[in-house]
Design a protein around this ligand. Structure first.
Ligand code: C5P
Length: 222
């Protein structure tokens, strides 16, 4: 029985992580949140006062830290050097700096190596920006998940509301558009649909409908 990797890429706020988690649960696959890894490095760099424009210093910091994605029952925690930073990596400060940190080739090369290593451990679902194009070009199933920027901002807004975080819709929309712009225009492994990815435009779909569709596609390919 061959191992299966599912790549889910797409712009910010398209619901990749929620969908990836659902699909992984339903198929009993491992879920690997690659965005959380870039966020963890960004958090560590901010803590250490490393210059976020300096790829070499960031690479040096990365080589000294462990980033673990811990699966405890259905809760996933993110640890940097064994410290739980699950909440911290979702902060505004991390979110607004992560695209800069992840734009450096030296950072990406090391991250991609770690991600490939994790993906080797068994059947897995990875979500990110460059999984289908760069991290796992041979993934059996590649999905490019999109939704209008309005809809993505609306989903993020509701997520925030549910957590009791106050936010401004127009501001969220701007931040999401900005991050997409940075992620898709960087030189090295930018956000891009792989030619062999199935595009799912989810503006009018529920998370469950998207997950169902991906599970169906996965089953057709096993
Ligand atoms: O998926 P998430 O929104 O948590 O990702 C945070 C950021 O990490 C993205 O905006 C992008 O800059 C970076 N990222 C990346 N490549 C990936 C995953 C995330 O560059 N595979």
């Amino acid at each position: 029985n061959k191992q299966m990797n599912i790549a889910i890429d797409g712009p910010a706020g398209a619901g990749k992580s929620t969908v990836a988690k659902l699909v992984a649960e339903r198929l009993s696959f491992l879920y690997i949140d690659t965005g959380a890894m870039y966020r963890a490095l960004t958090y560590a760099a901010l803590e250490e006062g490393v210059d976020l424009k300096d790829g070499q210093s960031l690479h040096k910091l990365l080589s000294k830290i462990t980033i673990s994605l811990n699966h405890e029952e259905s809760r996933i925690t993110v640890l940097v050097n064994q410290k739980d930073v699950t909440e911290e990596i979702r902060s505004k400060e991390v979110t607004s700096n992560v695209s800069l940190v992840s734009s450096h080739e030296q950072v990406r090369v090391e991250m991609v190596e770690r991600q490939r290593e994790l993906a080797k451990s068994g059947n897995s679902v990875l979500d990110g920006r460059d999984i289908g194009t760069f991290v796992l070009p041979n993934a059996q199933l590649k999905v490019f998940l999109t939704a209008s920027v309005e809809e993505r901002a609306r989903r993020r807004f509701e997520e925030h509301e549910a957590k009791g975080i106050a936010s401004d819709f127009e501001q969220l929309k701007k931040e999401i558009a900005k991050r997409d712009e940075l992620d898709s225009t960087r030189d090295f492994a930018p956000l891009k649909k792989a030619i062999d990815a199935v595009e799912i435009e989810s503006t009018k779909m529920s998370i469950h409908e998207v997950a169902e569709k991906i599970i169906k596609l996965a089953k057709e390919r096993t």
